[in-house]
Design a binder for this molecule. Sequence first.
Ligand code: IPM
Ligand code: MG
Length: 376
Amino acid sequence: MYEEMIEKSVAHYRDLLESQIKRAENLNNAPALEKKDKLVIGVVGGDGIGPIITAQAQRALEAALKDEIAAGKIELRTIDGLTLENRLAVGKAVPDDVLAEIKACDVLLKGPTTTPSGGAMMESANVALRRELDLFANCRPVCVPEQGIDWMFFRENTEGEYAIGGKGIEIPGLLTMDFKVTTVAGTRRIARAAFEYARKNGKTHVAVVTKSNIMKKTDGMFSILCREMAAEYPDIETEEYFVDIMSANLIKPSMHSKLQVFVMPNLYGDILTDEAAQIQGGVGTAGSANIGDRYAMFEAIHGSAPRMIARGAGDYANPESILRAAVMLLQHIGMPDKAAKLTAAIETANRNAPITGTAEGCTCAQFGDAVVAALA
Ligand code: IPM
Ligand code: MG
């Protein structure tokens, strides 16, 4: 009785497989980076608290880069239109005109965007941008010096559970199926990024996080390819952990300083980095870099906080996470001194303009004032 649905689903699966084979084959053919006289930083506000917190990060970047901006070496370019309303109006996660504007930039600072969830709703703008710009490495640092925590997460950012997350199969009233896709090239490049980071930063331990005992094909291959890569880095100790025990280890004090660099498939990275950020003080405190060979996008790790907007508390949103993303942006464009200065300014603002998310604390703009004052 399901014959017709099976036929339809198999045809759908065939299309998915063909498109993923094409993607996997093209992974190694990224166009070379051209050298430009001017670096364009696109600033995208997003939804909910996005524009509120992004405005403060933009001010901080304008202050930190004022000489380069005045000399025409760097441009901060505001890109409007990546709003939920516009996305729903054209029925696309990222409207074509907005994507074209984004692709004309080199790096992006992006506020959180609301993801419509469940059913046949639209894809997340984040996921679409990560795919369109091929931002394969999601780098998320978490640092709590007093607990011996100095972690860097390398989350694979374009495939795994996210590659065709919105394209599953449904036999109504009976079952649903989603797909996870892991490619050889996609795994090798994230593993390479993690081990190179470890080597360049004097790290001695890389944790590969999978569930290869259950996800035998996808995580199984991720694990094998990471082990192969590890052989090229004999000075670094590489250990594989399953994601469940790793979620426990993150809150086990005796593991804190042993763990240094992590590499993992997309969804585990999504979950563990929120947990890690919470140890640091909350998802509002952590920055996130999405890096590819051509583009890079820096964002807060949290969402657009619609509940905060609904209760009229948007002005009290904490811009720390997106400011930490701005720090990573400065590091990425080769300005470590300015990045360090901005980090110090964020810490000063935390003391001088503490935020609680409510009217008892400072506003987002007051926090931004404190950052800009500390940068002066
Ligand atoms: C993140 C977010 C996104 C993700 C959402 C907003 C799609 O949780 O950047 O971690 O799942 O990757
Ligand atoms: Mg997340």
